[in-house]
Design a protein around this ligand. Sequence first.
Ligand code: DGY
Length: 318
Amino acid sequence: MTTPTDRPRLLQLGRLPPFLEGPLAEGYDLHRLADEADPAAFLARHGASFTGAVTSAGVGLDAPTLAALPALRVVSSMGVGLDRLDLPSLAARGVAVGYTPDVLNDCVADTAMALVLAVARRVVEADRFVRAGRWAAGDGFGLGRRVSGAKLGIVGLGRIGRTIARRAGGFDMAIRYHSRRPVAGVDWPHEPSLAALADWCDFLVVITAGGAETRHLVNAEVLDALGPRGFLVNVARGSVVDEAALVRALAERRIAGAGLDVFEDEPRVPEALFSLDNVVLLPHVASATDETRRAMAQRVLDNLAGFYRDGRLVSAAS
Ligand code: DGY
């Protein structure tokens, strides 16, 4: 049942944390599409009443939903990834798009380093070893690999990539990066060939945007260049890595290991990975700290407030 109010009418797509949903419900006439038994029928009846949509990087806004919102003027998305938003179509419709960059750089970079350390020093595997009573039973655990002073290749030197590079500097790591073009104003060497970067480094950390342009950028050739002493860490999007090729490379020990926060078909993770000790698997939590998620939620609110006040978003996606 919809009741007219003078507050802007917002459609909520997917789940959002309570500290965002609460203020949204206070400031706007918020409607959760997920509460509808038949979302398509609801949109056909009421889609034209919404001027705003609020979503997240993982959910985005699909084409049928966009088509069902003829009065849409603004989308406010919680997250930095834009790969689930059709920016050209939104721009063609004149819809403003807000997102939440910068506030998550530190936590995503922290997670990248956590995965580097976890795979190299076998942290999760060692924990399993202790819990299984194998230390107490006198079994030997074996050696990990040194992180301090090792070589780190970064795929994508945007804001988060640069934050990772600064973290890695604290570990005295040698750093190079790959991106389509060299990034101005940084001292880290640019490597135009991704395979050459993979060949050079001990740890290849992927933090480039998802989407059609970067799909399967890390393919079998890159993984073979990384080789049996190299580790892959992905905190970007699952689509950037050819997951089938990665599973094969890991199972055949053609690379040393992987730390993965993201997957091609989330939340589905290839079962073949579950039995591999050289892999650390996270459920896409790189930005998931209380502090950062609250800062992201605040940016979602600020983007909406700015838009409805004077048409200006704090963080506009284009
Ligand atoms: C982001 O903000 O894009 C994170 O990866 C969450 O999806």
